[in-house]
Design a protein around this ligand. Structure first.
Ligand SMILES: [Zn+2]
Ligand SMILES: [Zn+2]
Length: 338
């Protein structure tokens, strides 16, 4: 099979690899589309735990072409599926308490094991989900970042009529904005420093500004009558967002941290106590988030408007470079079949 292989910092090579051979309770998936994630960019630049050579990519849709199991399974060849790339140890404190998504030894397909930027991949059966009727393979490739958004919104106590602020209008920020609206937010304010992303956020019905042109703190103040946002989502992972988040969040408001900061940022704990604010950490998603995200895809296909570009498998390296250069892109998919 053809695959885009991460060979080391800033190097992806297009290679011919052997088809993965199945162990018990595994499925072979013919990958249709695979999304490029912020994590893939970190891996590409050499700033992640992934050990090359590795086929990366953990956001995908495809079709089951082989199953090896003695169990009774509802899956069969030809099924259209997505995968939840998280792999749990099932032994640690978090796993035993039912919080497998924060497993002490959480590993992932496409980061620690061969992933999606290939014509085929294999995964354990319990990581596979059926794509609902009416959802295309292209739309379904958005499942993983959408599950992140679902997990973030449902980690907060968002109620109908709440004012929501989002820092960062990348694919995750925009998906959170759309999920928050569907969950009842009165208004969603979002900022970014990239005009293409600001424009896309407006197209998707969010109140968006470029925070290098307009002060986001003042903007939130003006729009909420000085009350500030009931819930703020941090989806950029920058020094600026860590600085302003306590300012744009209301007294007793919630701050949901979605980004993986590469360096621990400065953060105003004095505001947290004086204004009785709550900080909520979120990591990936649970099985339930995945199921909810699949329902959202079926009922609200407009959510997939964050997909802006599709590259061929052999151009995976070029696609990653285009995102790194900050070109006018949001979610970029790789089409894994000719
Ligand atoms: Zn991802
Ligand atoms: Zn565990």
């Amino acid at each position: 099979m053809k695959a885009a292989v991460y060979k080391g910092p800033c190097e992806i090579s297009f290679e011919e690899l052997a088809l993965p051979s199945l162990l018990d309770d595994e499925v072979l998936i013919k990958v249709a589309y695979a999304g490029i994630c912020g994590t893939d960019l970190h891996i590409f630049s050499g700033n992640y735990r992934t050990i090359p050579p590795m086929v990366i990519g953990h956001e995908l849709s495809g079709e089951i072409v082989d199953i090896k199991t003695k169990q009774n399974t509802k899956f069969k060849t030809g099924d259209r599926v997505v995968i939840r790339p998280t792999i749990y140890c099932n032994k640690c404190y978090a796993c035993l308490r039912g919080y497998k998504h924060v497993c002490k030894d959480l590993t992932m397909t496409g980061i620690d094991y061969p992933g999606a930027f290939a014509e085929y991949l294999k995964v354990p059966l319990d990581m596979v989900y059926q794509i609902p009727d009416g959802v295309s393979l292209k739309e379904a490739a958005l499942i993983e970042p959408l599950a992140v958004a679902v997990h973030s919104v449902f980690s907060s106590s968002l109620k109908i009529g709440d004012e929501v602020a989002i820092l960062g209008a990348g694919p995750i920020g925009l998906l959170i904005g759309q999920v928050a609206r569907l969950a009842g937010a009165a208004e969603v304010y979002i900022c970014d420093i990239n005009d293409f992303r600001v424009g896309k956020a407006r197209e998707l019905g969010l109140k968006a500004i470029n925070n290098q042109e307009i002060d986001f703190i003042e903007y939130i103040k003006r729009n909420t009558g000085g009350r500030m946002a009931d819930i703020t989502f941090e989806a950029a992972g920058s020094k600026y967002t860590a600085e302003v988040i306590t300012e744009i969040t209301s007294i007793r408001g919630q701050m949901v941290i979605v980004s993986a900061f590469r360096k621990a940022p400065e953060f105003n704990l004095l505001s947290v106590t004086f204004r009785e604010q709550t900080v909520i950490g979120t990591r990936v998603y649970s099985d339930e988030d995945y199921r909810k995200a699949l329902v959202l895809l079926q009922q609200h296909p407009e959510i997939t408007g964050v997909i802006t570009h599709i590259y061929s498998l052999k151009d995976t390296g070029k696609a990653i470079e285009a995102i790194r250069e900050g070109k006018d892109v949001l979610k970029v998919l790789i089409k894994c079949q000719e």
